[in-house]
Write a protein that binds this ligand. Structure first.
Ligand code: TXD
Length: 318
């Protein structure tokens, strides 16, 4: 019985960390691809040399040839430029759209049965292009953003409450941009609403609790930019890699986990024909189900505004 084959297109910051993470979780053999000669090969040798100490028996190769991705079960796309300070994700659209064309052609030719997890920014637009260029069924082409945005929200809640992040549940929907929608009423610590925990912390001062929650929401929306500003020469890469692992594992192990993924909507949440971040069940068939629920009027207004900014970007794609 063969091991799953995982291809990572783009062997930069996220690609490298993701490959290492996937091996230490023993998820499958890895192919690292990049246009830059030597980068994927160097990282593949480096990660392979960790195998004895980290106790994994997997094959990791680096390549500049799409033929090597043949037969991949999952392909993750991290190819493209990251943001620099002062840039929005949308500023990357021109250059990353061209890259998406090459990458999609390579995948279509050599890994026609793969599931694709797209990561490159601007996320919602890049997933849309990838699906158009490959022509793969929508349930096999998804984007990673919501898992990360939700994890960031959970992290800031945990810090504020002084509680383990592992007990924090949080959901962020919408596009992967400044208009993303953290759903405050779903944020809880093992079932206890965060709003109530904040009121407890601030001794019943509801206004103060509201202000703190608003600050957590604002920090979540700006978390990617906060890291870019600090790093100065790139964007977040450890947490994106971990979030990709969660999605990859759900597919490869048919976990049917519910998480926010950038998925193609056919009327759900009132959206027709666009990729947007929504709650999905992820398993061996990719996006197996899109889980709908009633948004409050306030949430709906924010979600619609987020969808509108996705549409604006997608409608001017090449
Ligand atoms: O939540 C999310 N979806 C994201 C997305 C969170 C953080 C960063 N996000 C985006 O991922 C970011 O804005 C970028 O568009 C991608 C990749 O970020 P990373 O930090 O890994 O960028 P790097 O280190 O610059 O790596 C990109 C690699 C680099 O090695 C290039 O040589 C390669 O992509 N590249 C290509 N590979 C294959 N094919 C082509 N055409 C190509 N062009 C560049």
């Amino acid at each position: 019985m063969g091991r799953p084959k995982i291809t990572i297109i783009g062997s930069g910051q996220i690609g490298g960390v993701l490959a290492y993470h996937a091996t230490s979780r023993k998820l499958g053999d890895i192919v690292l691809y990049d246009v830059v000669e030597g980068r994927p090969q160097g990282k593949a040798i480096d990660i392979s040399a960790a195998a004895r100490e980290d106790e994994f028996d997997l094959r990791i190769i680096g390549t500049n040839d799409y033929a090597d991705i043949k037969g991949s079960n999952v392909v993750v796309i991290t190819a493209g430029l990251p943001r620099r300070p002062g840039m929005s994700r949308d500023d990357l659209i021109g250059v990353n759209s061209k890259i998406m064309r090459d990458v999609s052609d390579g995948i279509k030719k050599y890994a026609p049965d793969a599931h694709i997890i797209c990561v490159s920014n601007p996320l919602d637009a890049m997933v849309t292009l990838c699906q158009r260029y490959t022509g793969f069924p929508h349930h096999r082409v998804m984007g990673m953003a919501g898992v990360l945005d939700s994890a960031r929200f959970a992290t800031f809640i945990a810090w504020e409450l002084g509680i383990s992040v592992r007990d924090v549940n949080s959901t962020v929907l919408g596009g992967h941009g400044d208009s993303m929608v953290p759903i405050v009423r779903f944020a809880n610590v093992n079932g206890i609403p965060v709003t109530e925990l904040l009121e407890g912390k601030y001794k019943g001062d509801k206004e103060k609790a509201k202000r703190v929650m608003a600050a957590l929401v604002a920090r979540t929306k700006g978390a990617g930019g906060e890291v870019v500003k600090l790093l100065k020469d790139g964007s977040a890469f450890f947490s994106p890699a971990s979030s990709i692992i969660t999605m990859m594992e759900a597919i490869l192990q048919d976990q049917k986990r519910l998480m926010t993924a950038c998925a193609y909507l056919t009327g759900q949440f009132g959206v027709l024909g666009y990729y947007v971040g929504v709650p999905c069940v992820i398993g061996a068939d990719g996006v197996e189900q899109i889980v709908e629920f009633e948004l409050t009027p306030e949430e709906k207004e924010m979600f619609d505004a987020s969808v509108a900014s996705v549409k604006e970007l997608v409608d001017c794609l090449p």
